[in-house]
Design a protein around this ligand. Structure first.
Ligand code: ADP
Ligand code: MG
Length: 224
């Protein structure tokens, strides 16, 4: 059997403010296999974003083990962690965080250029991904000229630009109306499958979670 793309063991995260400590993650054990699309389901405040932030190596402050593509995050120095994030992970957030001064194609090219991909190759992959998401006629539109659903599609293309083995998505359609959310999620999942990536997708929406390969429920700081 191949190595998991993500494995956490006894992952814990608490926040202390003054003399109050809240234990948000209380020992999360999680395995995501290559190519698998997993829903992380829980109500608002259950710790989904906290879990994705830890797994995304965005901040420290947790205890326990996080292995990404076989590498133990805690054993890496800052530079190594940055390289692992760049090469192994793609991110989609609820709010797209696109760069407003760049058009759609450029927003998808940038992570590739940062990684050292040739400009022509980055452009053609960017155009291919955006076309697959129905944005072939919007390549040179800046985010402000795109609808919410279109902006989120650009964010999806950007997350997949460097062919990450694992995409982390935090309420990726949470900012869209229900009909648009359904369409964008279906396109996102189709593209992730087509690319052969795995995904961990946080949502509070049971119906959306059921569209994924497997559903993990976050409850009282653990997965059930
Ligand atoms: P979800 O994404 O499932 O809505 P979050 O992970 O955002 O949940 O939050 C889980 C809990 O952790 C909440 O009670 C929230 O207030 C708390 N929390 C999250 N981030 C911080 C922080 N930086 N400082 C203090 N408390 C936090
Ligand atoms: Mg959240």
């Amino acid at each position: 059997m191949s190595e998991p793309v993500l494995q956490t063991t006894d992952l814990c995260r608490s926040f202390t403010q003054g003399d109050v400590t809240i234990h948000v993650l209380r020992g999360v054990d999680l395995v995501v296999q290559p190519g698998e699309i997993v829903a992380l389901l829980g109500p608002s405040g259950s710790g989904k974003s906290t879990l994705l932030q830890a797994v995304g190596l965005l901040e420290g402050g947790f205890s326990g083990s996080i292995r990404i593509a076989g590498q133990e995050a805690a054993s890496l120095d800052n530079d190594e962690r940055t390289v692992l994030r760049r090469d192994a992970l793609g991110f989609v957030y609820q709010f797209h965080h696109l760069l407003q001064d760049f058009n759609a194609a450029e927003n998808v090219m940038l992570p590739q250029l940062i990684r050292g991909t040739e400009t022509d190759e980055a452009r053609s992959r960017s155009e291919r991904l955006l076309t697959a998401l129905g944005l072939g006629a919007r390549l040179d539109h800046r985010p402000a000229k795109l609808s919410g659903g279109e902006q989120q599609r650009v964010a999806v293309a950007r997350a997949l630009a460097n062919r990450p083995p694992l995409v982390l998505a935090d309420e990726p359609t949470g900012n869209l109306d229900e009909a648009t959310a359904d369409v964008v999620l279906a396109e996102f999942l189709g593209l992730v499958r087509g690319e052969g990536s795995a995904a961990l997708v946080a949502t509070h929406n049971e119906r959306l979670a059921q569209k994924m390969d497997r559903v993990l429920r976050l409850h009282d700081g653990r997965l059930e």
